[in-house]
Write a protein that binds this ligand. Structure first.
Ligand code: PLP
Length: 399
């Protein structure tokens, strides 16, 4: 019989399945709120002007395509460090940060997970309840047992910080804690600065290993404002991991531009850690692709292009915020009694709307509006053209 006769069909990715159903839907009024990407005011995936400029220059220069270093583009890695840790970071000056270009935020998480597995094979990994759906699968694929820590509180639509703290305080030293640095996916509920300070202290007291996942820097309050968790951990003197991504903030999803940064105790440790990170990369894909990181690096290295990017990123952030306010206002206008103002307090691309799976089914069946069964919607998929329709539909099912 065939070598593959016994291969079981893997479960479909729930969100990709949603996209397929959306694409097959023939209704002209259909709206896809299930996605995790930013669409502009016309419902289109943008190509940023700063990216176009940098690409024009690259095309004109026609650079050769040799292998990159295993850890990727050095100028890009340094630019990443400045965005995360701040241009005047003492950690950077002291050589305490190791950064490797990675295949998006996902690739950064996987390099970090593989390195951690070699460091402490018995540690467990803890992710927020709920979390980005790939966190669990990714750390499990790296060989870890993955469990949840309490996070979202459906009653307040915020974080149950008291429960989270109690839980973290009970974990054994060496436990890996995956934390969303800002714009929590899927809930939109973030920790306050004070709460971050408490998490840093807990990690210190309990000897926990923080792994910050920064996929949406610039989508909450601003580029440096959104790095508050990274900055607080930096000031603590602890060692920690940061995976970061430009997929959303540069609208470069398919170019796979991310990075893994690891904060060590000193320059000597950095050299040894980098050597192990390089080994992980070398045995996986040898070295990363050139184009995306070269474009992002060129934008960040040019004060003119960087200012252009910051403005475009601010435009995305503000448009999402306007859509949050627009949705809340429209629901109120349509006579919905339930208070939806929490939508304006949530940050980033997503909202946990509180809609139940059965209501999400009605949205899809009756209105052609696609949301994740957990009630997660992507605010960046709303625009002036579909907001009223979506608000009408939600109003009709929650009234
Ligand atoms: N981490 C979180 C929390 C995310 O939401 C995402 C993307 O949706 C990622 C990581 C992965 O980002 P990338 O597409 O750069 O791999």
């Amino acid at each position: 019989s065939s070598l593959f006769a016994g291969v079981a069909l893997a479960p479909r990715d729930p969100i990709l399945g949603l996209n397929e159903a959306f694409n097959a839907d023939t209704r002209a009024t259909k709206v896809n709120l299930g996605v995790g990407v930013y669409f502009d005011a016309n419902g289109k995936l943008p190509l940023l002007a700063a990216v176009k400029e940098a690409e024009k220059a690259r095309l004109a220069a026609q650079p050769p395509r040799g292998y990159q270093p295993i850890e990727g583009n050095g100028a890009y890695n340094q630019a990443v460090q400045k965005l995360l840790f701040g241009a005047d970071s003492e950690l950077l000056a002291a050589g305490r940060v190791v950064t490797a270009q990675a295949l998006g935020g996902t690739g950064a998480l996987k390099i970090g997970a593989d390195f951690l597995k070699g460091l402490n094979a018995d540690a467990k990994v803890y992710i927020s309840d709920p979390s980005w759906e790939n966190h669990r699968a990714l750390f499990e694929a790296a060989g870890f047992v993955v469990e949840n820590y309490p996070y979202y509180d459906a009653a307040t639509r915020g974080v149950d910080f008291a429960a989270m703290k109690v839980f973290l305080a009970g974990l054994p030293a060496g436990s890996v804690i995956v934390l969303h640095a800002c714009c929590h996916n899927p809930t939109g509920a973030d920790l306050s600065d004070e709460e971050w300070g408490e998490v840093v202290e807990l990690c210190r007291e309990r000897g926990l290993v923080p792994f910050l996942d920064m996929a949406y820097q610039g989508f909450a309050e601003g580029i440096s404002e959104d790095a508050v968790a990274v900055r607080l951990f930096s000031a603590s003197g602890l060692q920690f991991f940061v995976s970061s991504s430009f997929s959303k903030s540069f609208s470069m999803y398919g170019e796979r531009v991310g990075a893994l940064s690891i904060v060590t105790a000193d320059r000597d440790e950095s050299a040894r850690v980098l050597s192990q990170v390089k080994r992980v990369i070398r045995t996986n894909y040898s070295n990363p692709p050139i184009h995306g990181a070269a474009v992002v690096g060129a934008v960040l290295a040019s004060s003119e292009l960087c200012a252009m990017w910051e403005e475009e990123l601010a435009g995305m952030r503000l448009r999402i915020r306007a859509m949050r306010e627009g949705l809340v206002g429209a629901l109120k206008e349509k006579g919905v009694a339930q208070d939806f103002s929490f939508v304006t307090r949530q940050r980033g691309m997503f909202s946990y709307t509180g809609l139940a799976a059965a209501q999400v089914d009605v949205l899809r069946g009756e209105f052609g509006i696609y949301a994740v069964s957990t009630g997660r919607i992507c605010l960046a998929a709303l625009n002036e053209g579909n907001l009223g329709y979506v608000a009408d539909a939600i109003a009709s099912i929650v009234k």
